[in-house]
Write a protein that binds this ligand. Structure first.
Ligand code: SF4
Length: 375
């Protein structure tokens, strides 16, 4: 099948006609709507944009988990970057999405307006170029992202090492997705019936990377991002649940291998080591972050550039933490669409184009009244 086939309306309708009775049956058996969680911002957007969420709303709550790297970056990490930006000889580089994420006292966009040298880049390697052009400055790249983005950061560090660049640093807030899913599963009140697992992360970790989900007896399907991918994955997930099968199904075989991308995994293993890391809304938990390995610690901004950070204060009234855990929807936040909009975001879920609040604001705000998740 080619890409247009995965966007085919006829095929999507056929799948929908198969899926709805299956969901109806499952809803009847459970005595309530189902709850499936996706842990990928790209899925959040695809589900909203395609209309799949609203089409299936009578049968299933499709809830978003910790899948947007901007949203899960802990506020203390944002504060740390703002503190770097306050150093005279530091150039801060970051992805555009991070510029407007509110810290406790400011954001990087405001810091730039106040005179700090903060630059938007498209890759970590671009930051190495900036370091080469400015040998009198220290360039700190804010590393955010999951298994798909982190190999690029690892490559930039290796490239800087090869070229003996001494003024390039990374502040790593890079994270690993499977441990976050496991932490959600350990919560006795998790209210999740199945996981739609991210196809992009799975390209790196493979189906094998999700074995803890299988051990936790939770139905899960690895899915792609086109309408046919989404509907067929949700069909398989419902089927797994109804038939009591508990294996991770790979429904994205055109790109995801059983063992994943071993080269990318080896690259991550060379440059990073797993560490405890704080996730917004979830807190700190072991082996969920990527710390720069001691072999490359001269590139670790957290170690090499001491700064004073302000006391971290979370935005009042913002429910990003509950949304990230799948315990609330953006519509339940009193600030949604009123005090908090993409133009004036109060929490990170409204900043990134893949954040739940921003996605709901863009695609669904006119379709829904304020309503909580079904119970
Ligand atoms: S609408 Fe804004 S304030 Fe409310 S949870 Fe989302 S980001 Fe936070």
């Amino acid at each position: 099948m080619s890409l247009p086939d995965f966007r085919d309306t006829g095929m999507s309708k056929k799948l929908l006609n198969k899926l709805v009775p299956e969901l109806e049956q499952a809803r009847e058996k459970m005595g309530r709507k189902l709850r499936f969680m996706e842990v990928c911002g790209t899925h959040t957007v695809a589900i909203s944009k395609s209309g799949v969420r609203s089409l299936l709303a009578p049968y299933v709550d499709l809830i978003s988990g910790p899948g947007c790297p901007v949203c899960v970056t802990d506020q203390s990490d944002i504060d740390h970057m703002i503190a770097f930006a306050g150093s005279e000889d530091v150039i801060v580089t970051t992805f555009g999405d991070m510029m407007k994420v509110p810290g406790s006292t400011s954001n990087l966009f405001q810091e730039r307006a106040n005179g700090a040298d903060v630059r938007v880049v498209y890759s970590a390697s671009e930051s190495v170029d900036i370091a080469i052009k400015h040998p009198d400055k220290r360039v700190v790249f804010l590393g955010v992202g999951f298994e798909t983005t982190s190999p690029g950061v690892a490559l930039a560090i290796l490239w800087a090492e090869k070229q003996k660049i001494g003024n390039f640093f990374v502040y790593s807030a890079n994270k690993l997705t499977p441990p976050a899913v496991n932490v959600l599963l350990q919560d006795p009140d998790h209210r999740i019936d199945g996981f739609l697992l991210p196809g992009n992360v799975s390209v790196v970790v493979g189906r094998e990377g999700w074995m803890d989900v299988e051990k936790a007896n939770m139905p899960a399907v690895i899915g792609g991002f086109e309408p046919v991918d989404l509907l067929s994955s949700l069909y398989l997930l419902t089927e797994e649940m109804s038939k009591g099968r508990r294996q991770v199904v790979n429904n994205y075989k055109r790109v995801v291998k059983e063992e994943g991308n071993t080269k990318a995994a080896a690259l991550l293993g060379e440059v990073f080591s797993p560490c405890e890391m704080a996730w917004r809304g979830i807190g700190a938990f072991p082996e969920s972050g990527l710390r720069i390995h001691h072999r490359y610690e001269r590139y670790d901004a957290a170690l090499q550039i001491p700064v004073d950070k302000p006391v971290t204060k979370l935005p009042r009234g913002c429910q990003c933490g509950e949304i990230i855990k799948g315990k609330a929807t953006p519509f339940e936040c009193k600030l949604f669409g009123r005090a908090c909009t993409p133009q004036n975001p109060i929490g990170p879920c409204m900043v990134s184009g893949e954040g739940s609040c921003s996605t709901f604001y863009t695609y669904e705000r006119h379709q829904h009244k304020q309503q909580p998740l079904s119970v």
